[in-house]
Structure formats: structure tokens, C-alpha cells
Write a protein that binds this ligand. Structure first.
Ligand code: PGA
Length: 251
């Protein structure tokens, strides 16, 4: 049985005050949860403040992105070392918005994943097809290329420290969730790729999150699928009631 992992990707949302209120509410509502990993990923500017609020709780801190160098002349970038220093244990890599608006390639995401692992951060590596690609019937091909590219050269022990998020681009922020069966089909494909690239043991251990319009009312169905181990949540992670409702899906 893989331990569920529910992560909130706050994206470029919340004032510092709103962020503190949100995480304070989550801490209160989710204090009793011991059977799942809970992660919040606020904007960079809020990280250290949120770290102090979640200290000693069951909520872990993640960042939404990072650069590949440790330090130096990279104006505007944030290093893995800085994320560690700010209390992060997770980092989302290769989110489709990064791929789409900032031209991130599988190769770049692969380098980021290696750097994150070197610094003891758990990468949440995102993959997923666009609507056009789904309609063309090439979802499997696209996800296969992304998985192979993003995970290239990782050792089995590194891979065991990663989380994968399958997020169909057409389901992100659109209110359109993939059906349970559509999501499961791609999750199963990802797991079979992990067997091929690493081993059956790795494939059975890795957690694969689904992302794309996850809400309190669709999470339970998704979680019933054999290869869905959690969710990466955008919009619904910005309210205490909805993110808590998602984390408490089986209560
Ligand atoms: P959404 O975003 O839940 O708002 O669809 C998910 C994500 O982008 O991670």
C-alpha cells in the first residue's frame, strides 16, 4: 500500500497574510491526519514565514520551482540550497505552466530533478498531455517521452525518492477532470514505464499523483483507482475547506 500524498500548488496566489491564514486553518483541520503526506507549495516569498507556521505539524513545505545552480550570477533564480535553507523538503518540477510559459524542456527538468535530489529535496515531477495531443490520440506517446526524458540517468535509489504527478493540461484550472478511468489508464502506463526503466520494485513503490481540477467531490473516486496515490491540487488548495476536504477524502 502506497502512502497517499496530497499537495497544494498555490501558484502565484495569496498575499502573505492570506497565506498564513490558509495554512493556519489547514493545520487546525488536518492535525489528526497520520495516514497521508500533506504538502503545501506557497510562492517563494512566503516560504520562510509558512515554514515557521507549519513547524512541528504534519504539513510539509514545498516550492513550485527551482534553478539548477547552487549560487551565482543567475538574476531572479532560486537555488536548491536556498529552498533547503527555507525549510522546503519538496519541489514541484516541470509543471505544465513552466513548460508552456517558460519553455522548460524534459532535459532541463531532468537536470533540475538531479539537482533537487543532490540537495535532499523530493522532486514532484509533472507530466501530462495537452488537449490537442489527447485528441490526436498521442497521450501515451507524449507521456512516455516526458517520463523517459525527465527521469533519464536517475539511479533506482534516486527514483525511489521522487514523486510523479500526472496532470493532463486540459484538466488544469478548467473544471474538467479526467475521468477516473482516463487518469488510471495513464497512471498505469507510467507505472509500467517505471518497471521498464528501473524495476518492478521501484514501480510499485513510487507514488503517482493525479492533478487537474481535483475537488473534494471527485477525489474519492480518483483515489479508488489502483495506480492513483494522491493529488496535486491547484485552485482547490487555496481554501481551507476544499483542501482539507481533499486530504480527508476517506474520512
Ligand atoms: P487545478 O491545478 O487543480 O487548479 O486544476 C492543478 C495544478 O496545476 O497542479
Amino acid at each position: 500500500m502506497r502512502r497517499p500524498i496530497l499537495a497544494g500548488n498555490w501558484k502565484m496566489n495569496t498575499s502573505l497574510k492570506e497565506a498564513v491564514e490558509l495554512v493556519t486553518g489547514l493545520k487546525r483541520e488536518l492535525a489528526g491526519v497520520t495516514d497521508a503526506d500533506i504538502v503545501v507549495c506557497p510562492p517563494f516569498t512566503h516560504l520562510t514565514t509558512i515554514r515557521d507556521v507549519v513547524a512541528g505539524s504534519n504539513i510539509a513545505l514545498g516550492a513550485q520551482n527551482m534553478y539548477i545552480a547552487e549560487e551565482g550570477a543567475f538574476t531572479g533564480e532560486i537555488s536548491p540550497k536556498m529552498l533547503k535553507d527555507s525549510g522546503c523538503t519538496y519541489v514541484i518540477l516541470g509543471h505544465s505552466e513552466r513548460r508552456q510559459y517558460f519553455n522548460e524542456s524534459d532535459e532541463f527538468i531532468n537536470t533540475k530533478a538531479k539537482k533537487a535530489l543532490e540537495h535532499g529535496l523530493t522532486p514532484i515531477i509533472c507530466v501530462g498531455e495537452t488537449l490537442d495531443q489527447r485528441e490526436q490520440g498521442i497521450t501515451g506517446k507524449i507521456v512516455t517521452t516526458q517520463i523517459k526524458g525527465c527521469l533519464a540517468g536517475l539511479s533506482e535509489s534516486d527514483m525511489l525518492k521522487c514523486v510523479i504527478a500526472y496532470e493532463p493540461v486540459w484538466a488544469i484550472g478548467t473544471g474538467k477532470t479526467a475521468s477516473n478511468a482516463q487518469a488510471q489508464e495513464v497512471h498505469a502506463l507510467i507505472r509500467s514505464l517505471l518497471t521498464e526503466l528501473f524495476s518492478e520494485t521501484v514501480a510499485q513503490k513510487i507514488r503517482i499523483q493525479y492533478g487537474g481540477s481535483v475537488k473534494p467531490d471527485n477525489i474519492a473516486g480518483l483515489m479508488q483507482e489502483k495506480d492513483i496515490d494522491g493529488a496535486l491540487v491547484g485552485g482547490a488548495s487555496l481554501k481551507v475547506s476544499s483542501f482539507a476536504g481533499i486530504v480527508l477524502f476517506n474520512k
